[in-house]
Design a protein around this ligand. Sequence first.
Ligand SMILES: O=P(O)(O)OC[C@H]1O[C@H](OP(=O)(O)OP(=O)(O)O)[C@H](O)[C@@H]1O
Ligand SMILES: Nc1ncnc2[nH]cnc12
Length: 151
Amino acid sequence: MSAYRDEDPRIHDIKTRIRVVPNFPKPGIMFQDITTLLLNPKAFKDTIDLFVERYKGKNISVVAGIEARGFIFGPPIALAIGAKFVPLRKPRKLPGEVISEKYILEYGRDCLEMHVGAVKSGERALVVDDLIATGGTLCAAMNLLGKPVSC
Ligand SMILES: O=P(O)(O)OC[C@H]1O[C@H](OP(=O)(O)OP(=O)(O)O)[C@H](O)[C@@H]1O
Ligand SMILES: Nc1ncnc2[nH]cnc12
């Protein structure tokens, strides 16, 4: 049964397909494993469709996917809403000139990078990832997209 009276029934099924692995990768972390969701084509498609239904026609020209799991969900959403896909990558993966943003994770520190020129001033962007824990990664992504670039 759905937790919320008006919840889309697809959401309940999607929730049941995400495996929760206690104490991975460290004691105390309840790891939300989306690889089990990807094994079911209907649940995977429903996940993409829910985002497409929410964001299509909202004048979004950029879908920014966060490495690594935002690279699974971001591209199909970008194609369906007619936006470009911009990868936000971990350090030293992008070959061109980059801008960077450091952040703190639930279990460590990291940094995101984006190619200079991938997003133009004034564009409307949707950031896609699999999950928010502390919100640090999402904040870093938003800071990166909002950074002024002088070139
Ligand atoms: O809200 P936060 O506390 O910032 O955590 C959420 C982030 O953590 C995970 O990625 P992770 O950094 O483990 O990288 P990975 O996808 O490359 O394994 C997840 O995919 C999010 O990007
Ligand atoms: N609890 C969690 N499950 C999956 N990925 C994560 N990244 C950070 N925290 C996580």
